[in-house]
Design a protein around this ligand. Sequence first.
Ligand code: URA
Ligand code: ZN
Length: 362
Amino acid sequence: MPTVDIHTHMYPPNLMTLLRQRPQIPYVRTFDPKIGERLIILPTEETSTSTAKGRPIGPAYYDITQKIAFMDRHGIDVSVLSLANPWLDWVDSGVASRVARGVNDEMEGMCGGEGREGRLFFFGTLPLSASSEEVVGEVKRLKGLKHCRGVVMGTSGLGEGLDDPRLDELWKVLESEGMVLFLHPHYGLPDEVYGPRKSEYGHVLPLAMGFPLETTIAVTRMLLSGVFDRFSELQVLLAHSGGTLPFLAGRIESCIAHDAHLMKKSSAGGRRDVWDVLKKNIYLDAVVYSQLGLKAAIEASGRDRLMFGTDHPFFPPSEEAEGEWLSVTSNVKAVRDAMGDKKEDVDAILGGNAVRVLRLGV
Ligand code: URA
Ligand code: ZN
């Protein structure tokens, strides 16, 4: 059974050129040649005055040969690439469609490159600042690209989050085209929650807390607004094992059950509960770094709905080293620890589920 990485990012070279030219977030800049290029994508990063602000960004982020080298080093047979955050959320509406087509065609080209056939697939990027027709049109176009297996997007949707009724056209086309939506965080939580000493803690609070909570809130808003009742076949792959959704699903249901207004509305509308949606509409990646989180994910959605990922090239080893990355080995270990001697289940989570769900065997 192949090992498949369904959570692995890139900024394609032409997009890097755009990011290098930008004066504001998101951008790439060299503040100090001794330190090298830096990636600035989060507001918390922009407030720093250091020449080492943001994060280092090297060829692993944009050179496909480095992705293949990383895969080879870690025994990863197949990767499903996605553009990294903040995708094209920042692009002017007038050019968003053209930029999205460019990014997606570049991804398709990288996947189909010589000697790579069968090793690379991708989730396409949507021009979310463009018109609804353009967004829907790009989904349909992506469906026709040989290596595209779904779309990636963040939690802002068209600017008002994922409970926005204007997104129904998108949910409808994703459902009818059978395209999986990979939902990934970027915006985190309001900066105030991290407190006045946040800069002392590097990226830990926004990445370990902000990201998962953002995902949890976004998907809960989809649930509460009835997206999964109206589009019962829509399939959503949640980053980072669903944020905290598996852990909080019981609390979400309990809060709904104790809300008279919501209960009245939902019993009239045939509401599906969180547990049902988790088992029929939600896939979870296994990017959670411990068997405890993984067991909750398995319990919530089922072992046939979990898929291994690395989040490469984010979370490189802190020391430049030749060996394997901790961010990869800890996720593999979590799968093995959680499944014990159930080899079939280990194989399914490390690759079999992705091959089946994302049709990677063809
Ligand atoms: N940090 C990010 O900004 N994105 C990721 O996907 C992972 C870490
Ligand atoms: Zn990621």
